[in-house]
Structure formats: structure tokens, C-alpha cells
Design a binder for this molecule. Structure first.
Ligand SMILES: [Zn+2]
Ligand SMILES: [Zn+2]
Length: 327
């Protein structure tokens, strides 16, 4: 310990010093970069095709009966890629933005706009976390975790010395305590949040969908957008692994149109399915507009059907899935 009261970090070799500096600067740069992108990426809003035409809007505003309003919305949504409704089976419409909400889109009261694949409004970044910046948010959590771990790990040896009364009684003690506790506290809290979001990515769910499952043709299904862990991961991080760890937008899709695993099976088909024969998907006329997703509409559907998980939660639609997605 020098006389000035400072604690010298002991790095024995040049190689160790280089590794120390590279890890420190890299984690810090990536942390700042991903944080910056999370904060300053504007939340994506639905495209114009989800807005009502002027005539429809006037008619909608004139109508007082909810059934007639729904009829107008249903007609307007006929050619839109919408597969979810409200819990009461109505077309999801935002009165504030005056548009039909795409699947997974929600109105944020803090931003006062409809946000595509909205996850939550984050006060820590003062921005909505949704389709446009979800990857950046995940990377921000990961790099802050790494940074906290790095700080805690480098201070640990001095914290142990403090604990065993081997540190001299100077103000440097306070620095050691402060650094260690702040790094450890942030590490634990970010770890829980990051683990939760990793689980959400694996399940292809947003935070909102965890609390309120989206309603499909055959009822609410919290796993309705899940395509299997690997496909779910690619939906957020993209196809090219070399970009996964960089805060560059590589998420798949347009934020309005998401492949679903759901198929409609009528009772007769369910009987056939129970006899170990493949069930075929059918299309119901109400209340959903019908425009089945195809390979040309979403490249997540372009490959074979080996991604279908064999877990129990997906078994009931497994055969139908392959028929729908791989036709
Ligand atoms: Zn809105
Ligand atoms: Zn918001």
C-alpha cells in the first residue's frame, strides 16, 4: 500500500494487463453503445395500412352501436395480417391513434403512441422497449451485467482483505466497500431481469403477453407466437450469428406480421388427430380476417418444420403446425 492511501491493483504480467484493459474497455464500450441505442431508437409504430380510410373513420365515429363499429373494423381489417383480438373477440382498435392494432402492438400511455411488439415502457431508459429496440435492450442488460461482474471480480480480492482486516485504515476502505456493493447489487438485480428476458425470448413472449395472453381464433394462448426456442431467438437476433452481440438492428420481420403456431381444428379434425393422423388446419370466417401467412410473407416460415418442439405444451398442435407452415 503506497503512502498516499491508494490501493494498487496488482497485475503480474503484460499479458494479464492487456487482457484486463481489453475486457474493461470492450465491456464498457458495448455497454454504452447498447444503452445509447436502447434510449435513442424511436419506438416503431404501425404502418399506414392499419389506419382507417377517411370514409371508414367518419362512418366509425358516426356509429354509436359497438356492433356496427366492429363491423366497420372487421371490414377494414379483412386484408390485414391480424390473428389476435381482444378477450371479448373484438378487433383491437386504438381510439387515440385511430388505427387497427397489429398483433402484439399496444398503446403506450407514456409515449402516447401505438408501439409495435411492445414489451414495456422502461423508466430506466425513458423509452418504450418494443420491436425496434428489444435486441438493444437485451444487449444493454447483458453488457451491464458483464461490466458489473468485471468490477465486482476485480475488487473482490481487496474486499476479502478488508473483511480480514488486512487493509490499512485509510479512506480507500470506503472506495472498496462502495465499488463492491454497488457492482454486486446491480449485478444481482440485472441478472434477475436479464434471466427473465432470456426466458421470454425463448418463449417468444413479451412482458405484456406474460400477464395477458393474446387471444387467437381458438382462445387465449400465451405460446401462440412461439416457434421453438431456436426460431424464437432468431426472430429477435436475426439469422446471422456474427451480428448477435452487436447493437445493430437485425430482428426479423416488420413488427406488424408475426408467424403463429396456431391452427384451427374443428371437433371432427380433433378426432382424426387423436387417431394419430395429421390434422389439417381450417379457416374460420369470424371474427378474424383471413390471410394465411406464407413463406413469401415471412422468412421465418421458409425452412423445414424440424424446429417444432416436442414439448408437451406444443404437442396438441404439432401436426397441424407442420401442415400449416410447411405446405
Ligand atoms: Zn395508440
Ligand atoms: Zn412508452
Amino acid at each position: 500500500m503506497p503512502e498516499s492511501g491508494r490501493i494498487q491493483v496488482t497485475i503480474s504480467s503484460t499479458a494479464e494487463k492487456v487482457v484486463y484493459l481489453v475486457v474493461f474497455h470492450l465491456s464498457f464500450v458495448m455497454f454504452v453503445w447498447s444503452y445509447w441505442k436502447t434510449i435513442f431508437t424511436s419506438p416503431a409504430s404501425p404502418s399506414k395500412e392499419f389506419c382507417l380510410s377517411k370514409a371508414d373513420k367518419e362512418q366509425y365515429e358516426k356509429e354509436e352501436r359497438p356492433e356496427s363499429q366492429q363491423e366497420i373494423l372487421r371490414r377494414a381489417a379483412k386484408d390485414l395480417p391480424i390473428y389476435t383480438t381482444t378477450a371479448s373477440r373484438a378487433i383491437r382498435y386504438c381510439d387515440r391513434c385511430q388505427l387497427i392494432k397489429p398483433d402484439r402492438c399496444h398503446h403506450c400511455s407514456a409515449c402516447d403512441i401505438c408501439v409495435l411488439k411492445m414489451d414495456h415502457h422502461c423508466p430506466w431508459v425513458n423509452n418504450c422497449v418494443g420491436f425496434s429496440n428489444y435486441k438493444f435492450f437485451l444487449l444493454f442488460l447483458m453488457y451491464s451485467l458483464l461490466y458489473c461482474l468485471f468490477v465486482a471480480a476485480t475488487v473482490l480480492q481487496y474486499f476479502i482483505k478488508f473483511w480480514t482486516n488486512e487493509l490499512p485504515d485509510t479512506h480507500a476502505k470506503f472506495h472498496v466497500l462502495f465499488l463492491f456493493f454497488v457492482a454486486a447489487m446491480f449485478f444481482i438485480s440485472i441478472l434477475s431481469l436479464f434471466s427473465y428476458h432470456c426466458w421470454l425470448v425463448g418463449k417468444n413472449r413479451s412482458t405484456i403477453e406474460t400477464f395477458r395472453a393474446p387471444t387467437f381464433r381458438n382462445g387465449p394462448d400465451k405460446n401462440g407466437f412461439s416457434l421453438g426456442c431456436s426460431k424464437n431467438l432468431r426472430e429477435v437476433f436475426g439469422d446471422e450469428k456474427k451480428y448477435w452481440l452487436l447493437p445493430i438492428f437485425t430482428s426479423l420481420g416488420d413488427g406488424c406480421n408475426f408467424p403463429t403456431r396456431l391452427v384451427i381444428m374443428d371437433p371432427e379434425q380433433l378426432t382424426v388427430s387423436s387417431q394419430n393422423e395429421p390434422a389439417k388446419s381450417s379457416v374460420s370466417s369470424q371474427p378474424f380476417p383471413t390471410r394465411p401467412l406464407s413463406e413469401s410473407q415471412n422468412r421465418l416460415l421458409a425452412s423445414d418444420c424440424q424446429w417444432v418442439e416436442s414439448g408437451s405444451e406444443e404437442e396438441n398442435v404439432k401436426s397441424g403446425l407442420c401442415n400449416t407452415f410447411c405446405a
